[in-house]
Design a protein around this ligand. Structure first.
Ligand code: MN3
Length: 246
């Protein structure tokens, strides 16, 4: 019974992801959706070197992320067919694939925005820095907490810095597999991929350094206030490196 609300949330998320589900014409109502697409990166594959190699970036984006996108679209098409037929058994059986691949798509779409070339990274400033200092003590304390919790993820998953809407506080969280940050109740600000494919064998240990905050993303008016942060679903605001060390 506990799973039910999650499933519905997941399906709503999946539908949002896939675009509006629009009835076509009058009757019969045919549901369709706009297929998810692999987003372009804001930088070249090699732009994050020497922190992350161009080869890893290319594989991770063009192969792994693209696979999540394709599998998500296939699952959503099957789901729409099953829904039309009232085939509840099939609809239920597809939910795992929708959650995994839809989550993979959402998570990676944000991850690319969280990364920036080394020369374009700056520490957080303004209200965001104030919030970090208020909620964690200091930026270094946030980095330590983030690294400790993220490295402790068993198997594969994600580390998150998110905003707790009810309290307006920042918090660190982790999720397993490709579960999106939204499953923790936090609005994601920054996510770090803790899947082996994110750094491959070249990097034996992932040391999470929440390093940079993209200069360009902060905009002319500086760091957005708490309200602006809270309204962001997938925020391009903070950019971080998952700094990998050999
Ligand atoms: Mn990945």
């Amino acid at each position: 019974a506990q799973c039910a609300p999650r499933v519905f949330t997941m399906l709503r998320t999946a539908r949002r992801l896939a675009g509006a589900v629009k009835p076509l014409g009058n009757a019969p109502q045919v549901r369709t959706f706009v297929a998810a697409k692999l987003p372009d990166l804001d930088y070249d594959y090699g732009a994050l070197e020497p922190v992350i190699t161009g080869e890893i970036m290319q594989l991770h984006h063009s192969k792994h992320h693209n696979t999540y996108v394709n599998n998500f679209n296939v699952a959503m098409e099957k789901y729409a067919e099953a829904e039309l037929k009232g085939d509840v058994g099939t609809m239920i059986s597809l939910q795992g694939a929708i959650k995994f691949n839809g989550g993979g798509h959402v998570n990676h779409s944000m991850f690319w925005k969280n990364l920036a070339p080394p020369g374009e990274c700056e520490p957080p400033l303004g209200e965001l820095l104030s919030m970090i200092e208020r909620d964690f003590g200091s930026l270094d304390a946030l980095k330590s907490k983030f690294a400790a919790q993220t490295i402790a993820v068993q198997g594969s998953g994600w580390g998150w810095l998110g905003l707790e809407k009810a309290t307006g506080k920042l918090a660190v969280a982790t999720t397993a597999n490709q579960d999106p940050c939204s499953t923790t109740g936090l609005t994601p600000l920054l996510g770090v991929d803790v899947w082996e494919h994110a750094y491959y064998l070249k990097y034996q240990v992932l040391v999470v350094g929440v390093v940079g905050w993209a200069r360009g993303a902060r905009g002319a008016r500086g760091v957005p206030g708490r309200g602006a942060l809270a309204r962001r679903g997938v925020s391009p605001l903070p950019a971080a490196h998952a700094r990998a060390s050999v």
